[in-house]
Design a protein. Structure first.
Length: 394
């Protein structure tokens, strides 16, 4: 009958191997046979061992750890192991180490052995070995996979869709699965794969190179120091306090544009005349000109999207003594009042029309028409009447 060992003995054995001891040496030090040690090691995930007289781990994790930000540290994995042994939930373990419970769930499911045991040293070593570079590139020599990807791209399929369908059709064959990032690398990086170079022309955006969605891209952003929409005070959201505006541009043909500003509580609209262009300097000058005569309590804040036309926001804030907040990228719904107003304004400013044909007087006349229109959201009152009430109260 094989000898039974407490769970902590097996954990001590795994810790020794992950610290550099050979399987035989670690088994001897915990009082187990070499065969038992081999069995424990195989069940733990069979990480790469060194082929040498020493026979320890081929690529152990460094003893001095540098924080990797998103990556779990060895200490955090130790807390996960102790939490598991104590019967704590994923949520409680996550709260203890400052991580979301989904991170703990993925970590445990990725690194548990066949019997559901989690060992921090083993998990940390496996993560370290998985990060080793360089990794073999999948689309270098796999002609069958490259040929299938090319067929689908010729039919207009995106790399994301191709990756999803490969996972669907070849669920049991990892050699026929590839991420959409790998396909993009093969298309955009020279010598990174065997896909036809002209396949990049089948992508919907027709770009010659990839635009990085990383922190490097944000280094030159004019909004990296700006206030985010999440930092707006609660009074803006519930419309209880007037003086908070939303803004955007209506774009016409040949780059012509008109600026729009809408007050959230009254729906009062101001139109900005932008002759010739809609550069940051032009838009800033128009906003300062049109809003400067408003009383201070009616220009508490302005919310805009991250278009380059408002890169001069610091100048606007100083001149109007207001605060500008910027929406999250690709989130126009966060300026819902302005989006709805722009939809109404398209009655006068049709898509594809030359917006430079409208004079400042034209814009004032159209804004007055819209501000005198009864609004169901105002109990059939008009934006002009609501704003006049605020001005009289002031």
């Amino acid at each position: 009958m094989p000898k039974l060992f407490p769970v902590h003995v097996r954990d001590d054995f795994l810790d020794l191997v992950c610290s550099g001891a050979s399987v035989s040496e670690a088994a001897r030090r915990v009082g187990a046979s070499r065969g038992t040690g081999k069995k424990w090691w195989a069940e733990s995930g069979q990480m790469t061992l060194s082929i040498s007289a020493h026979g320890g781990l081929a690529d152990p994790a460094p003893s001095v750890e540098v924080s990797c930000g998103r990556a779990l540290s060895e200490a955090e994995r130790g807390m996960i192991q102790m939490g598991r042994q104590a019967g704590m939930s994923y949520a409680k373990i996550g709260a203890a180490i400052g991580r979301d419970k989904s991170v703990i769930w993925r970590e445990v499911n990725r690194n548990c052995d066949a019997e559901g045991r989690y060992n921090a040293k083993v998990a940390h070593t496996r993560a370290h070995q998985a990060r080793r570079r360089p990794k073999p590139f999948k689309l270098i020599e796999d002609e069958d996979l490259c040929r299938l990807i090319a067929v689908w791209m010729d039919d207009g399929w995106s790399p994301k869709l191709i990756s999803s369908m490969l996972a669907f059709y070849f669920a049991g064959d990892q050699t026929m699965q590839v991420s959409h990032e790998t396909i993009y690398q093969a298309l955009y990086v020279q010598t990174r794969g065997s896909l036809r170079k002209d396949l990049a022309e089948n992508l919907s955006l027709k770009r010659k190179q990839r635009i990085p969605h990383t922190a490097d891209r944000l280094k030159s952003s004019p909004y990296k120091e700006a206030f985010k929409i999440s930092e707006r005070p609660a009074e803006v959201q519930d419309r209880a306090v007037p003086g908070h505006w939303e803004g955007d541009l209506i774009i016409g043909s040949d780059g012509t544009a008109i600026g729009t500003l809408v007050e959230r509580s009254t729906r009062f609209t101001i139109l900005l005349h932008l002759p010739g262009d809609h550069t940051a300097e032009t838009v800033a000058a128009a906003m300062i000109r049109e809003m400067a005569n408003l009383p201070e309590h009616l220009r508490r804040s302005i919310t805009w999207d991250r278009g380059t036309e408002l890169a001069g926001y610091a100048k606007i804030q100083t001149a109007l003594e207001t605060t500008l907040y910027f929406c999250d990228p690709h989130s126009p719904w966060q300026r819902g009042t302005n989006e709805n107003t722009n939809r109404l304004l398209r009655f006068w400013f049709e898509k594809g029309s030359d917006l430079s044909a409208h004079t400042p007087e034209d814009l004032n006349r159209i804004a007055a028409k819209l501000n005198r229109r009864p609004r169901p959201t105002l109990n059939l009152d008009t934006p002009a009447n609501r704003l006049n009430q605020l001005l009289q109260a002031a």
